[in-house]
Design a protein. Sequence first.
Length: 416
Amino acid sequence: MKVEVPSSLPSPEELWTSLFNDVCERLGPSFARSETRERVQAYLQGLLSPVERKNGWQLAEEAGETTPYGMQYLLNRAVWDSDKVRDQLQAYVREMIADPNGMLVLDETGFLKKGKKSVGVQRQYSGTAGRIENCQLGVFLTYTSQAGHTLVDRELYLPKSWTQDPERCREARVPEEVVFATKPELAARMLWRTLEAGLCAKWVTGDTVYGSHRPLREGLEARKQAYALAVSCQEQVEVEGERKRVDRIADGFEPDQWQRISVGDGSKGPREFDWARIELVKPEQEGWQKWLVVRRRLVEGEKPADRAYVLVFAPTGTTLAEMATAIGTRWTVEQCFEEGKGEVGLDHYEVRSWQGWYRHITLCMFAHAFLIVLPTQSPTEDPGEDEGKKRWKPCLPHAPSQTLSAFKRQRGLICP
């Protein structure tokens, strides 16, 4: 049967409107009142707009309002559940960009703040700043596929300086049931509920904060979920019946054990490293294996600091190249943070409360996911078609150097 190709396709503005309306329809059941639904739509439009700062005043002005009170009410006092919106976000990502080779990536990011009132704030190390700063820390879970990568879950890290001060927590409206949890424990919560919600992944990856947490690794193994989690050089593993530090194991690798493998293209060309691996003690799960994978930078006079150590749990027969590719996806979470903060105001909020933080962050995550889905639904040139005709088909994922701003400029996508 011959498929009719439409002679004309929607303009970028029409496509934007159609896909945005679809998002609003998905979110509708999460809000009981029509006024709240309309306010959420205006908030999302503001996050997607070209305004420089996505705070209450700027979003209100973008929506044609004279004061920020409506936007502030939405984040602080309106009746709605940000977790239900998160669940809708995961369903949206699962439907629109998920594929069998998708991956989940764990990481945290800092939000620099002044004063002591913002929930979770204290002087602590922020990877974003690269030093100890007065900041909040959010732990995030991202989903990566061939179609793109986006944030799918979030937890605010609440330090002991907060959980041991009930009055301070009450002022920030922290729920009474919230107790201290480490970053890996927060990550595990997100992983379990995301996997149980059906957003499946071929791999879970993360840095040493998460890889060094044994309960997290054991939980993934119990679920037969493949992982590639970084650990510090001091991590000890069992190999050939003996426990050894991973850096000492790497010291003993022979030259012929290293393989040069590219894990994709970066802004400066192929990202090539030397890789080696060694089999660890066999896990309880039949058909699975554990490995220590070592990545070495391509530099002269290699030093231990030039190496990275990754514990891998994967089906028997998984190749080193497959492991390297999975490990190489970790960079996508950094791009999610960069795009989230630069494009949809992930760090532009001015709320201080627990609920306000979760609501703003969750809506920003949905706005970012929308922008990731958008290029996959755009029409692209097909050389096999007659001149002037186009078909709908997914676009290739954008390169690390291509920002969402560049995509929007290319497509002429301006928030209506």
